[in-house]
Write a protein that binds this ligand. Structure first.
Ligand SMILES: Nc1ncnc2c1ncn2[C@@H]1O[C@H](COP(=O)(O)OP(=O)(O)OP(=O)(O)O)[C@@H](O)[C@H]1O
Length: 685
């Protein structure tokens, strides 16, 4: 068995309790542990007293130079202070907060290495970490020290011990995935020394080399998954060719209550061309919020039916499935398409019926959630698969979905503008269409940023919209009181308050903790204008479409990222009426302030995404749900963009080689693809 699959429970000192905590940190196997990377490093190489900079976190070697004193403030708070002298004879004070017990160890003449923040005015260091020097021994802190996220009984020290043991015992046994030829070409460390150095770096240069190797590996494997998926897709001939008659397209366009925009027509043309070809389609449709992507998805589903096949649309939430189901029924049923829906919360009887209809071909189009991926879900002849907000479904899931048809055409829809600087390397495997035009007649959304003292004025403004017959969303970060965070509004309390405020109108409450049926009911009533004000958490952020809503107010707007605010704002301005978005916040950071300003300044999702990326860095930008891209453990898409480019090119080369799937040196990669379910194992493999 390779170390990749061994459980951490084989490590000394890991009993059931620690194993559980490790599990909470996402560490189950030895491989998980070895790739549990530090989130930062501290340079604990000792500095001389004269090199200390005010406010900096520093490490110095000192000798205790007097008696320690402890002052108590109240029952628990204490300050322990002792005079010390540095090796270059500067006198300072070392200070410990709330650790009175260190006093006993601070004997005059004792040598130690302390790390902490230096205050030049007081000439003191508030100690966060100390190590006493035992005669003749080198101190462990005199180097670059990794800092990990830890939890409960897994302290930094325990984690480090486990890592030391794992690296030593199993480091040699972890699978080396990168082919030798690439390691040589780019002078990359082997995997074992790289893991050793990333956790226990000898110095800055070793750390740099370790990181370079592991980031390359991470990006390479990411690209491999993407591109192998596409490769298989293309080579699994024959795909389905859809000879869509011109008249069918014309009929579809006539049924629409509006004329398509130029951008919609262009993208529709690209989709139709892909579908006509026997090479399976693999296309991403990117479009800003409200640009009208849904109709393009429906067109593809309809085209499948016209050609005698079936189409499926998979969306991330039941709210969306329900919304698209209703819209698809309205548009497609008069065109002779039978539409079905499959979601997790359906009653067994309903579910069985729709499953039977899908298998027999009694439904042509199915809209659903993850439930579509389950075993036992079968189609008579699935030829088009569409996933909305594709990033929420990994390659593995796409692969499972694809197996339910015979090399079906695949279309991804995304409302997340991925900054152009990154799109190339991240969507390296897809053809991309951009719906870069909003439907005619849309009025710009007026965005206001206000401070909380203007809350009443804003609510009065919203009432004004209701009087005009419009509807409103009021969004806040938390669901209920129990999650209480100082100064942050929760939906349940806000709902209670606003019911009175908007007396005479129906106020609804929506959040992720409601039962599926309740959510559906609230959403249906809001869509029908039986509810005028919807108080909600961010569950409404993706795709919800109620064009009569013209006002949105966001409480604690500082708690949301730019991309998320943009998505939220996109829930209004979807019809002919002028709309407004009021962001209420008192940002306490510069970045928060910048976000508010950016939201007021522009409505262009691409501009905002670029800004967000630079304000927060890719880690956080891509970490949020609305992102677009998986999180990387180590790689940083901005800083390491070059490595991603190179990895992408190398993967292309590998896959181009005729013998990729059989050559022994690539076998570890082929096994990796099987393990990751990109390459589904066939019986007998
Ligand atoms: N060409 C058009 N002319 C007028 N209205 C349109 C046009 N295309 C779409 N619409 C309408 O615009 C609204 C938004 O469209 P849709 O829901 O498809 O947006 P979307 O691109 O999916 O946005 P989001 O990503 O925010 O969900 C819908 O009410 C839709 O009926």
């Amino acid at each position: 068995m390779s170390a990749d699959t061994l459980s951490v429970s084989i490590l000394p000192g890991v009993g059931p309790q620690r194993q559980r905590t490790l599990g909470l940190l996402g560490i189950e196997t030895i491989a998980d542990l070895l790739t549990y990377y530090p989130f930062r490093y501290e340079d604990r190489n000792a500095k001389a007293g004269r090199e200390l900079a005010d406010g900096a976190r520093v490490t110095v070697r000192v000798t205790v130079d007097g008696m320690p004193g402890v002052k108590y403030r109240g029952k628990r708070a204490s300050t322990t202070m002792v005079p010390v002298v540095t090796e270059d004879v500067r006198r300072l004070h070392a200070v410990w907060f709330n650790q009175p017990y260190v006093k006993d160890q601070l004997k005059p003449g004792r040598k130690m290495t302390i790390t902490g923040k230096y205050d030049a005015k007081r000439r003191s260091i508030s100690v966060a970490h100390h190590d006493f020097v035992v005669a003749g021994e080198t101190v462990h802190s005199d180097r670059i020290v990794p800092v990990y996220e830890v939890k409960a009984d897994i302290t930094p020290k325990i984690l480090r011990n486990l890592l030391a043991h794992a690296v030593k015992t199993y480091g040699e046994q972890v699978d080396e995935l990168l082919p030798m030829i690439l390691r040589q070409k780019y002078k990359l460390l082997d995997r074992c020394p790289a893991l050793q150095q990333i956790h226990f770096p000898k110095d800055g240069e070793h750390l740099h080399q370790a990181r370079r190797r592991l980031v390359f590996e991470e990006f390479f494997l990411f690209q491999l998954k993407l591109q192998a998926f596409r490769w298989l897709h293309r080579h699994e001939q024959p795909g389905v060719s859809h000879p869509i008659p011109e008249e069918a397209l014309a009929t579809f366009a006539e049924r629409l209550p509006f004329a398509m925009t130029g951008a919609q027509r262009r993208v529709a043309g690209e989709i139709v061309r892909d579908m006509q070809s026997p090479v399976p389609m693999n296309r991403l449709v990117q479009g800003d919020v409200g640009s009208g992507k849904t109709v393009l998805a429906f067109l593809a589903l309809y085209a499948a039916k016209v050609c005698g096949h079936q189409g499926a649309l998979m969306v991330p939430t039941e709210i969306l499935a329900e919304q698209h189901y209703r819209a698809a029924q309205e548009l497609l049923e008069p065109l002779g398409c039978r539409v079905g829906m499959l979601v997790g919360s359906q009653k067994e009887k309903e579910r069985r019926q729709v499953l039977a209809e899908m298998e027999s071909g009694d439904v042509d189009v199915v809209i659903g959630t993850h439930a579509l991926l389950e075993e036992g879900v079968r189609f008579r002849s699935l030829s088009v698969v569409i996933t909305d907000e594709q990033h929420r479904f990994g390659v593995e899931q796409r692969s499972i979905f694809r197996q339910k048809g015979h090399a079906p055409d695949v279309l991804f829809m995304s409302a997340t503008p991925i900054p152009r600087t990154l799109a190339m390397s991240v969507f390296g495997d897809l053809d991309v269409s951009v719906v870069d035009e909003l439907p005619a007649g849309r009025q710009p959304i007026q965005t206001y940023w206000i401070t909380p003292d203007k809350e009443e004025r804003a609510l009065r403004f919203i009432r004004g919209e209701l009087v005009k017959g419009r509807q409103a969303y009021i969004v806040c970060p938390l669901v209920e009181e129990s999650e209480k965070v100082e100064g942050v509004v929760n939906a349940t309390a806000l709902y209670e308050m606003l019911k009175d405020w908007f007396a005479g109108y129906e106020v609804g409450l929506m959040h992720g903790k409601l039962k599926a049926a309740e959510k559906e009911d609230v959403m249906r009533r809001f869509t029908k204008n039986e509810i005028q004000v919807l108080v909600s958490t961010t569950v409404i952020e993706v795709g919800v479409n109620v064009p009569n809503s013209t006002a949105m107010m966001v409480y604690n707007a500082e708690r949301f990222g730019l991309a998320q605010l943009h998505q939220l704002r996109g829930r209004v301005g979807r019809g002919e009426h002028a709309s407004s978005c009021i962001l209420m916040s008192k940002p306490d950071t510069d970045a928060g302030l910048e976000r508010m300003k950016a939201m007021v300044a522009t409505q262009d999702g691409f501009v905002l995404a670029e800004k967000d990326l630079h304000l927060r860095g890719p880690g956080e930008f891509f970490g949020v749900r609305q992102s677009g891209i998986p999180e990387f453990k180590l790689g940083d898409l901005l800083q390491d963009a070059k490595i991603m480019e190179v990895a992408r090119g190398e993967v292309q080369e590998c896959l181009r080689a005729a013998d990729f799937w059989t050559l022994p040196s690539y076998q570890p990669l082929v096994h990796y693809l099987k393990r990751e379910k990109v390459l589904l194992q066939r019986a007998g493999d």
